[in-house]
Design a protein around this ligand. Structure first.
Ligand SMILES: [Mg+2]
Length: 140
């Protein structure tokens, strides 16, 4: 059984738009989590979405994302000189990684958004702002 893709059919994609066809301004992690839960349940995939399976799927998608950058050398911010197809491919793989991460957090019973905010606070305490600090000195 193929459970590695969250590719959406057109009718499901249309749910991303409001009643007059506008894309929503923002998408919450909770929205994504709910959509993924519905997606899995409708297809009978819940039994396959164990934490371990989702983690392995996530790692696989990170590999697919890495392949896009493999052998390109350093890539500039904003992806100058990338074609529309290359950028779409990147969007697809970045999304696969995000979606599996969101799904993994959900089946583990975590609030990913809150956990991420808490982690930023922990990081801020660990790496306090120092005026005129040499950026290379924080990794000593
Ligand atoms: Mg993929």
């Amino acid at each position: 059984m193929h459970v590695s893709s969250y590719a959406m059919g057109k009718s499901e994609m249309e749910k991303s738009y409001d009643s007059i066809g506008h894309k929503p301004k923002d998408v919450s992690l909770k929205d994504l989590s709910n959509r993924l839960a519905e997606f899995a349940q409708a297809r009978g995939w819940d039994e396959y979405h164990s934490p371990r399976n989702l983690l392995l799927a996530l790692v696989g998608e990170v590999g697919e994302l890495s392949e896009i950058f493999q052998w390109k050398g350093e890539v500039g911010k904003g992806l100058p000189n990338w074609s529309a197809d290359e950028k779409e491919h990147l969007e697809d793989e970045v999304s696969d990684v995000l979606l599996y991460l969101v799904r993994l957090a959900d089946v583990c019973g975590l609030d990913l958004g809150q956990a991420a905010l808490t982690k930023i606070i922990k990081n801020a305490r660990k790496y306090p702002v120092v005026v005129n600090q040499n950026p290379n000195s924080s990794y000593n």
